[in-house]
Design a binder for this molecule. Structure first.
Ligand code: NDP
Ligand code: MG
Length: 379
């Protein structure tokens, strides 16, 4: 029985990971739960799953549940609470479902401690891939992707050798505004951008899916996870969200992974890999879906895609600048301080302003992230 720590246990992926264990208890045992401030939900989860450790970053929120936790549950709090949960002795697998750049240090800590990381948090590997590689080498940890596209690629790649791979084809639902004109995109409100046609996700990734910054981050995530360059990655709009991504080999064969748009499937696979285990959810009837469509994305209306290729090619701090500027710009958009189409403009300007250099330490990465946010906030 594997011991599982869930970082970001109160979010969309975190609660779905808990649902996998609830419905399929043979998957593993929850040994640690970590969140930022939603202590009441963590308390409910701790009563149900009886972990050995609960980590809540916000100290007041942690104090508010301390006397109500089940006997034997250790409670920790403070800035490094998620990092401590990531390195928790008892954990075999760490699900990193923290949102945004905050997932970076927990990823590094888990890999340095030799854990398998079921990685949903794409921002961490995009920003810190050099540090992530070092952490993997130091602690012998491994990453199994949870992001549905990367999980699909991870499942398709064993059909050929690395030297036989021609390209990775990332699919994108296109989000709710895929058919909007430039004028319509200017008038998108936070309310409109907070609903996705196929996936129910946290607020930031929902906006990223609508702007295609999520796909931009995934281009870089795929490059770093699978060791390929930008030229070997293409993106296709696939509105049905059934083909989660594909790989093409040198003999022109394309291998695809298909399943229902249910994140529990990718989470379950990351927890049970290399085994394939019976699943109680998510089977699809292809006859009912009837047709699958594929289109080129419009890179004029959705600048997130060309900007991601640019940041990936430049390397150094640029992927972190892309991410930090986007996180800051999404924050401004959600506060109605900038329009939807300005998110890409702010990121583009931050990339132009940044002076590129390699990242050799977490402090350098933090500084690049800070500068990118500052540039995006100033505009
Ligand atoms: P949510 O916003 O729903 O949840 C975020 C979680 O992270 C919450 O539990 C939150 O705690 C926690 N958190 C935030 N900061 C910290 C911190 N400093 N320490 C510990 N926990 C923290 O996000 P999602 O679940 O949608 O996404 C999580 C990650 O997974 C993102 O990187 C996203 O890109 C990725 N992903 C998500 C998919 C989805 O379908 N949702 C699909 C593929 C990838 P609290 O509630 O207390 O604030
Ligand atoms: Mg995805």
């Amino acid at each position: 029985m594997k011991n599982i720590a869930i970082l970001g246990c109160t979010g969309s992926i975190g609660t779905q990971a808990l649902d996998v264990v609830r419905q399929q208890p043979e998957t593993g045992r929850i040994c640690a739960l970590s969140a930022k401030s939603n202590a009441e939900l963590v308390l409910k989860q701790a009563i149900e799953f009886k972990p050995a450790l609960v980590a809540v970053e916000d100290e007041a929120a942690a104090r508010s549940i301390s006397s109500r936790l089940p006997k034997g549950v250790e409670l920790i709090c403070g800035k490094d609470a998620a990092v401590k949960a990531a390195a928790f002795d008892m954990a075999d697998i760490v699900v990193n479902a923290v949102s945004g750049f905050s997932g970076t240090l927990p990823l590094i800590a888990a890999l340095e401690s030799g854990k398998r990381v079921a990685l949903a948090n794409k921002e961490s590997i995009v920003c810190a891939h050099e540090l992530v590689e070092k952490a993997k080498a130091k602690g012998n940890g491994e990453i199994v992707p949870v992001d549905s596209e990367q999980s699909a690629i991870f499942q398709c790649l064993p059909a050929g050798r690395k030297s036989e791979l021609r390209r990775i084809i990332l699919t994108a639902s296109g989000g709710p505004f895929v058919d909007f004109t430039r004028e319509q995109l200017k008038r998108v409100t936070p309310e409109m951008a907070s609903h996705h046609p196929t996936w129910k996700m946290g607020r930031k990734i929902t906006v990223d899916s609508a702007s295609l910054f999520n796909k931009g981050l995934e281009i870089m995530e795929a490059a770093y996870l699978f060791g390929v360059d930008g030229e070997s990655i293409s993106v296709l709009i696939h509105r049905q969200s059934v083909v989660h991504s594909m790989v093409e080999f040198c003999d022109s064969s394309i291998i695809a992974q298909l399943s229902a748009p249910d994140m529990r499937l990718a989470i379950h696979y990351a927890l049970t890999y290399p085994d394939r285990c019976q699943s109680r959810f998510g089977s699809i009837d292809l006859a009912k879906i009837a047709a699958l469509s594929f289109e080129e994305p419009d890179t004029e209306r959705f600048r997130a895609i060309p900007l991601a290729y640019h940041a990936l090619k430049a390397g150094g701090i640029m992927p972190a600048v892309y991410n930090g500027a986007n996180e800051a710009a999404v924050g401004l958009f959600l506060k109605k301080e900038i329009s939807f189409d300005c998110i890409a403009q702010r990121v583009e300007r931050a990339l132009e302003k940044a002076e590129n250099h390699a990242i050799t330490s977490f402090e350098e990465l933090l500084e690049a992230d800070r500068m990118a946010r500052e540039a995006a906030l100033k505009g």
